[in-house]
Design a protein around this ligand. Structure first.
Ligand code: ATP
Length: 326
């Protein structure tokens, strides 16, 4: 199987290999399980500022320098981190739901995001990336404006439904806000949905936040039902999955550089797995998917799950009577 870099994947001449490559392998086919390589020995968080990034493998002639800064754990609450950025009623909702202590990725990424920098959120599944970028979205949008101000692109309908559910839960208008205050609306523009109805909705009263799969989004963008001129934040979740097919790749490329410009938006890529993350960072800057001072927040713990999350299992014991065998 040929090794394809991200740049090659996105070049016009890229052709899909005969056998589909599993999406998690696209960045590093040599690694049979890219996720495993991340669980090795890094307890501290690395926040790699790429403003002086030198892509070691990708562009040996580059003259810039990589700087890596270690960030300590300041024990803050989510409220302390978000106060002054995220509206009070959203913060109260966050606390009601039980999100009080930030996860590692939230603690490291939120200050960066609130400073307006583009960001690559690179942290394990279940580490709280969704809440991280949603808090950024709520810090930026103005609910009194009728325009799509945040777009969250997801690879699958299922993930889209999950993200929409969390966004709507946080966005629900509290009683004390009064009738004159508009609430934040969240549209799920997902494959298999009622696109005709969404079209009327988009025209009549554009939602503040759109969660979309690439297929449905492109249909709307191509028909010019949906414009991105007011978009302030673009999130691409599970970005490595987006490189699953040439169609998605070319749509993503268009979205990042033709339908909108990285200069006019804050861009966030989220993923649990970016095996060649240095190369990805380089491509982000070179291809202008992000601004050149994009920050890579990489949370790479020893523990397979964040300590504040608990998984529970229920075991069912089936007792079969004699009759069941007759
Ligand atoms: N600060 C927090 N405190 C407690 N629970 C949290 C916190 N942040 C997120 N969670 C919970 O952790 C779970 C996983 O979070 P989330 O879905 O945001 O992770 P993720 O990193 O986006 O995962 P994936 O890579 O699968 O998309 C969710 O149930 C969420 O409600």
């Amino acid at each position: 199987m040929a090794f394809l870099s991200l740049t090659q994947l996105l070049s016009p001449s890229w052709v899909l290999p005969e056998k589909p490559i599993p999406p998690r392998m696209l960045f590093s086919p040599q690694n049979p399980n890219p996720r495993l390589s991340f669980s090795i020995n890094c307890t501290s968080l690395l926040l790699t500022s790429t403003s002086h990034f030198r892509p070691s493998q990708a562009a040996p002639n580059s003259s810039s320098v990589t700087t890596t800064t270690e960030i300590g754990d300041g024990a803050s609450t989510l409220r302390e981190i978000c106060e002054g950025h995220v509206p009070e009623h959203i913060l109260r909702r966050v606390e009601e739901v039980g999100y009080v202590v930030p996860t590692d990725v939230q603690r490291q990424a939120l200050p960066v995001l609130f400073s307006g920098r583009d960001c690559i959120l690179h942290a394990q599944t279940g580490s709280g990336k969704t809440l991280t970028y949603l808090l950024l979205v709520f810090s930026v949008i103005n609910t009194q404006r009728s325009a799509v101000q945040a777009l969250i692109v997801v690879p699958t309908r299922e993930l889209g439904m999950q993200v929409t559910k969390v966004a709507r839960m946080l966005a629900a208008k509290p009683l004390e806000l009064g009738l004159e205050q508009k609430s934040c609306s969240v549209m799920a523009l997902l494959d298999g949905g009622m696109l005709r109805r969404h079209k009327s909705w988009l025209k009549a009263e554009p939602p503040t936040i759109v969660v979309a799969t690439m297929g449905s989004l492109c249909q709307m963008l191509e028909r010019r039902t949906f414009k991105l001129e007011s978009m302030q934040v673009l999130v691409v979740d599970e970005v490595d999955f987006m490189f699953n097919s040439s169609k998605e790749v070319s749509s993503l490329r268009k979205l990042l550089t033709s339908y909108s410009s990285s200069d006019n938006r804050q861009t966030v890529f989220a993923s649990a797995s970016i095996p060649q993350h240095r190369r990805f960072l380089y491509d982000c800057i070179q291809q202008k998917w992000t601004k050149s001072d994009v920050v890579h927040v990489h949370v790479n713990p020893i523990e397979p799950m964040p300590s504040c999350l608990h998984h529970r299992f229920v075991a069912y014991i089936l007792t079969l009577g004699r009759r069941d065998f007759q």
